[in-house]
Design a protein around this ligand. Structure first.
Ligand SMILES: [Zn+2]
Length: 240
């Protein structure tokens, strides 16, 4: 699939294909994607299903979403996004939720290498895995002062990162270019509050920028419809 993403001043060509074979020559029979309930992993899931659809593989190559416990209600939001994307494309998407995170990554609000390596080991024989991580936009492009505290490594052996060098307005544009903007309200971005948004953290500011740069109205998160999603109903990681 070939797309042109972003507003005029940040426009980039974006090419996305799902390989038919893995590096070792074995056939790709399934696609896996890490899902956090956030804006980027929702776009990644939409992109994967749209590409399978465009190449006639939607009914033959099943997709599995993997969610590693991170806090901030991510397991709840992830389930919601996976269900909505599956409904949008009219397919079943398997969801392996609540995968145990490893310390100290968990206490930092990150996902650790242990569950990622385990997922790869268990599925590498026939699955290509995707993760929607990306780097912080440089100061001359980013219109806010908050910074991303985590520098994600590109673990090429364990997963593919098609979004690594994309900026938020470009990732946001994927939803619009694919006609998947109905999914956006089910995604949650704030890393400080599990319900609603603080409007101050990097993720809140970045989400806002995604829409404003594209000239789109801000799309907020639909509040959860249950009380207890994580950490015994407190919605807060007791270690942070
Ligand atoms: Zn926030």
């Amino acid at each position: 699939m070939e797309l042109v993403l972003g507003p005029e001043n940040l426009s980039v060509p974006f090419s996305f294909t799902i390989p038919t074979h893995l590096e070792d020559g074995s056939e790709v029979k399934r696609v896996g994607v890490y899902s956090s309930g956030g804006h980027d992993s929702g776009a990644m899931l939409c992109l994967i299903l749209a590409e399978l659809q465009a190449t006639g593989r939607l009914d033959t190559v099943p997709v599995t979403a993997f969610t590693i416990v991170k806090g901030e209600g991510s397991t709840y939001y992830s389930q919601r996004v996976v269900d909505k994307v599956a409904e949008h494309f009219g397919v079943k998407v398997a969801h392996v939720n609540n995968l145990e995170n490893n310390e100290p990554a968990y206490t930092d609000g990150r996902i650790g290498i242990v569950p990622i390596a385990k997922t790869w080991l268990e599925n590498r024989h026939d699955m290509v895995l995707y993760m929607s991580i990306n780097r912080m936009a440089p100061d001359d492009i980013r219109p806010f002062s908050q910074t991303l505290k985590i520098f994600y490594k590109d673990e090429k052996r364990l997963y593919k990162c098609p979004f690594l060098l994309l900026h938020k307005p470009q990732i946001t544009d994927i939803y619009y270019k694919l006609g998947c903007e109905d999914i956006i309200p089910y995604t949650h971005s704030c890393t400080v509050q599990a319900v609603g948004r603080c409007n101050e953290c990097y993720s809140c500011k970045e989400r806002e920028w995604g829409f404003s740069a594209l000239g789109k109205d801000f799309v907020d998160t639909i509040p959860p419809d249950i009380d207890d999603v994580s950490f015994g109903g407190t919605w807060r990681n007791p270690n942070r």
